[in-house]
Write a protein that binds this ligand. Structure first.
Ligand code: AMP
Length: 504
């Protein structure tokens, strides 16, 4: 078995790795570190959770020991699709670079330019950025990219989903052709392969796990449910309560609107819960994530975009409140648990209209997932008292049509959203969230209203400026987690039942 000492890393780096408690390199580290130290280009196909970050941070630290940074001329550049990922990479530099005196600058949106300018002025050895904020700094004339020796493009498939590829191409053009490029992606569809071919020269290709595989340490189960959201919420509550070994869990929803609803519902039912989605401002997201990492909250309701790539070690459970529409998302969601060889559990709530998405997932992961308590045919009749059935057919049909369109082919999905306003990273994330799932069902008027949290005020997941009408309608709607009335609900006013005498 390879040891870290055999990889060619410097003593300073090796000592920090030992202090971090790691004795054996993970496969992506063992595969990528030696060629990276030889200044080779790397094409790494690896998901988060595989130790991918250290596979570029450790060789970078070793290589950066020679030379010094000059003002406004960073020596290395790491591009990340989201602010959280960028911040996580910066944390890795703190951890593994504790024996170095390197200037690491984190350029992400939501932080003042002045502070970032000061860091750049001092000379950055490592620049970690989201593409929009980097372009902003370049356009302000505060940054010269001609000194960049190493470029890291991380989570390339995510960059594609978020429409950042044109930005990355612009950035790559500013960096000398002689640079070393380290390119990482969880999956390698043809579009990403084309990108890699454009950016890399004679790369060393390292693939550590099939992009479609889920960790063997994760127990996966399907849980049948009727299709109404309140029925699914009841199923979820029972499921959570039935887990004796639940330490913490991420609950995934397809739409940020559902993240909001589910968060409020769980909060009302007394669960320790937070939420994470693209509408939250950066401070709330950071606080929420910190609270979850510090075990101040047990459950985190999240959308795919907000949660992708977050390194939250030791998540014991993943619940899919919705079956993901894109099969790849299933693999990413499940990847939140069972990390670094630990055991984990993943439950997916499935309704009748989800079967085709489930089929696609089982095809992708090449295995049948077991049902927990019998499949959909074993479901008891729906709760009639909650559901008059009125209006249901039409809505479900529309939902089905919408889903069919989005789910027709995985390659038809998520056409890149042009990052029109590169200043605002968060906007791109919101756009992707909306693009990925908005057609699942038609938006109701109430979907657009701001919502209140009523929970943890230090990290409010939703804007607090809702008006009295919203509060009234929310109270009405969420009172018992029952169905949302449509039109007049069951109370048809008498005047509507009068037969009019139409003149002919
Ligand atoms: P990443 O794939 O970079 O998100 O890393 C996933 C997790 O694995 C992080 O919590 C790392 O701290 C941890 N990790 C990284 N390298 C190793 C290693 N060689 N052995 C054990 N854990 C590691």
């Amino acid at each position: 078995m390879t040891t870290f000492a055999e990889l060619g890393l410097s003593q300073k780096v090796l000592s920090a790795v030992t202090d971090a408690g790691y004795s054996t390199p993970t496969p992506i580290q063992a595969g990528a570190i030696p060629p990276a130290l030889q200044r080779r280009d790397i094409c790494g196909i690896a998901q988060t959770g595989t130790g991918k970050t250290a596979s570029f941070v450790l060789p970078m630290l070793t290589l950066l020991e020679k030379g010094r940074a000059r003002a406004r001329m960073p020596r290395t550049l790491i591009l990340e699709p989201t602010r959280e990922l960028a911040a996580q990479v910066a944390e890795n530099f703190d951890k593994y670079g504790k024996n170095h005196k390197l200037n690491v600058a984190l350029l992400i949106g939501g932080v003042s330019f002045d502070e970032q300018d000061r860091k750049l002025e001092r000379g950055a050895d490592v620049l970690i950025c989201t593409p929009g904020r980097l372009l902003d700094h370049c356009e302000r004339g505060k940054l010269l990219m001609t000194g960049v020796e190493i470029l890291v493009i991380d989570e390339a498939d995510r960059m594609l989903d978020m429409g950042f590829i044109p930005d990355i191409e612009r950035i790559a053009k500013m960096i000398p052709f002689t640079r070393q490029t380290l390119f990482f992606s969880a999956t390698m569809p043809p579009e990403i392969q084309k990108l890699a071919d454009r950016f890399l020269q004679n790369p060393e290709r390292i693939e550590v796990a099939k992009p479609s595989s889920t960790a063997k340490t994760v127990t996966q189960r399907l849980v049948a449910s009727h299709s109404k959201d309140y029925e699914k919420r009841a199923v979820l509550r029972e499921l959570i309560k039935a887990q004796d070994d639940l330490k913490n869990a991420i609950i995934f929803c397809n739409r940020k609107k559902d993240v909001a609803d589910l968060f409020r519902s769980l909060d009302r039912h007394g669960f320790s819960v937070g939420a994470l989605h693209g509408d939250m401002d950066q401070r709330s997201r950071t606080t929420m994530l910190a609270n979850f990492k510090d075990n101040k909250i047990t459950l985190l309701v999240a959308s795919d975009v907000a949660a992708r790539g977050l390194d939250i070690p030791d998540v014991s459970h993943v619940f899919n409140f919705d079956v993901p529409i894109h099969a790849e998302d299933y693999v990413h969601r499940i990847g939140r648990t069972g990390r670094a060889g630990r055991s984990g559990a993943a439950f997916t709530i499935v309704t009748k209209s989800d079967t085709k998405y489930l089929d696609a997932i089982e095809k992708l992961i090449n295995e049948k997932i077991e049902w927990l308590n019998g499949d959909l045919s074993a479901l008891p009749a729906p709760m009639e008292s909650h559901d008059t059935g009125r209006g249901r057919k039409g809505r479900d049909e529309t939902k089905e049509r919408g889903r069919g369109r989005r789910g027709a082919s995985s390659r038809e999905r998520a056409e890149p959203v042009e990052a029109k306003n590169p200043e605002v990273q968060i906007e791109a994330e919101k756009a992707v969230e909306e693009q990925r799932v908005e057609n699942v069902r038609p938006e109701r008027k109430s979907d657009r209203k701001p919502q209140n949290n009523g929970g943890n005020r230090s990290a409010r997941p939703y804007p607090a400026n809702d008006d009295a009408r919203d509060r009234r309608s929310r109270h009405h709607r969420d009172h018992d987690d029952g169905p949302t009335p449509v039109g007049f609900g069951d109370d048809i006013p008498a005047f509507m039942l009068i037969v009019a005498n139409a003149r002919t």
